[in-house]
Design a protein around this ligand. Structure first.
Ligand code: NDP
Ligand code: GDR
Length: 363
């Protein structure tokens, strides 16, 4: 049997790293697109690296960018993948308000560029396409819980760009018969989550507080509610979607919802620190405000011009049609993230004890 080839855009990101591991474990030859950066940006996949001098490599990186058609076409021509996973995106919702045009270009038009590459190269019958769609499409929710049939109402430049990507994927499936699917994924986290997304910001901040490296965390809307799953479970589903006879779109979610405040409380309990909530009148009952060791302060700087207040997914279709269900629950997710961030904080604490400078980074 010939080895299947997969090409992953966004391979240096959270999902890209987990998906690459999964596909390698299944015997795929995995190609990934990384952007040129002035510092290394491959921390999450360095353990998979294979020297270019090595023969029979199964993990190969290419320089490219979602805003650069010619690089995408060149890589597609070279790799001729059986499966193309489009995970690359400017994926931070708050940042999309600051860089709306770039977000539209990379997340929206970038998706079109890949689909066009499939067409230009005549790969319509060969390459199966996965699009990283998002629960942010639901935005101001029209129905609870949200499923494949819930109407969209995007609330950020990021979500609007992803709306274009969603529909152009559907359109190329219908117009050209490309095997193209949208995975409408609800929030998924892990120790590999970017440090500026709220869950990682919380676990990283609490770990550093625990080890005396900082004394407070600043957050925005503590009342926002999300359906948080584990990235490992979600990339499994990305692969499953491309193994069906016919292409379809699927919601991926846990069906459980927690607030940002709940997440803080669960993470703090994990490391045994008490919270004193400060600011915007958002005090929490149940914690000792007078003697609490750790301060979580609300900073309106982290509020968004338009917020997505609540998301809760209904993944019945994925469960019934593909037999998918998440294996890692909320408590296990929080515990794993806390455990890994404590290890990271211990490294910084050691450096500080030995007199090395440890950069403070609060975003
Ligand atoms: P990350 O932000 O961790 O990773 C994004 C990846 O895209 C990185 O590899 C990044 O490169 C790359 N990238 C960004 N811009 C460009 C560009 N112009 N050209 C090439 N590569 C680029 O995201 P996640 O792994 O969390 O998410 C993967 C995808 O799934 C994204 O499209 C996201 O929008 C979507 N999604 C994520 C959800 C989640 O909860 N995690 C939920 C639903 C959808 P670099 O490392 O250099 O920055
Ligand atoms: P989200 O994730 O916007 O849902 O997008 P994020 O973790 O950034 O925010 C979740 C909720 O927490 C609130 N919040 C804060 N968010 C951040 N980043 N920083 C804070 O200090 C803070 N305080 C409160 C936010 O307002 C929001 O309501 C993620 C991304 O991965 C997208 O790419 C993906 O499409 C969606 O999940 C599904």
């Amino acid at each position: 049997m010939t080895t299947k080839k997969a090409l992953i855009t966004g391979i240096t990101g959270q999902d890209g790293a987990y998906l690459a591991e999964l596909l390698l474990s299944k015997g795929y030859e995995v190609h990934g697109i990384k952007r040129r950066t002035s510092l290394f940006n491959t921390d999450r996949i360095d353990h998979l690296y294979q020297d270019p001098q090595q023969s029979e490599r199964r993990f190969i990186l290419h320089h490219g960018d979602m805003t650069d058609s010619s690089s995408l076409i060149r890589i597609m021509q070279q790799v001729q993948p059986d499966e193309l996973y489009n995970l690359a995106a400017q994926s931070h919702v708050a940042v999309s308000f600051e860089e709306p045009e770039y977000t539209a270009d990379s997340d929206g038009i970038g998706t079109l560029r890949l689909l066009e590459a499939i067409r230009i190269l005549g790969l319509e019958r060969k390459t199966r396409f996965y699009q990283a769609s998002t629960s942010e499409l639901y935005g101001k929710v029209q129905e609870v819980p949200q499923s494949e049939t819930t109407p969209f109402y995007p609330r950020s430049p990021y979500a609007v760009a992803k709306l274009y990507a969603y529909w152009i994927t559907v359109n190329y499936r219908e117009a050209y018969g490309i095997y193209a699917c949208n995975g409408i994924l609800f929030n998924h986290e892990s120790p590999r989550r970017g440090e500026t997304f709220v869950t990682r910001k919380i676990t990283r901040g609490l770990a550093r507080i625990k080890l005396g490296l900082q004394d407070r965390i600043y957050l925005g809307n503590l009342d926002a509610r999300r359906d948080w799953g584990h990235a490992k479970d979600y990339v499994r589903m990305q692969w499953m979607m491309l193994q069906q006879d016919a292409p379809e779109d699927f919601v991926i979610a846990t069906g459980h919802q927690y607030s940002v405040r709940d997440f803080v409380a669960a993470a703090a309990a994990e490391v045994g620190i008490r919270i004193r909530w400060e600011g915007a009148g958002q005090l929490e009952k149940g914690f000792d405000e007078a003697t609490g060791a750790c301060v979580v302060a609300v900073d309106p700087r982290y509020f968004r011009p338009t917020e997505v207040e609540t998301l809760l997914g209904d993944a019945t279709k994925a469960r019934e049609r593909l037999g998918w269900s998440p294996e890692i629950g909320f408590e296990a997710l929080v515990a794993e993230m806390m455990r890994e961030d404590l290890k990271e904080a211990e490294k910084d604490a050691l450096c500080r004890r030995e007199g090395f400078n440890v950069a403070e980074r609060h975003e």
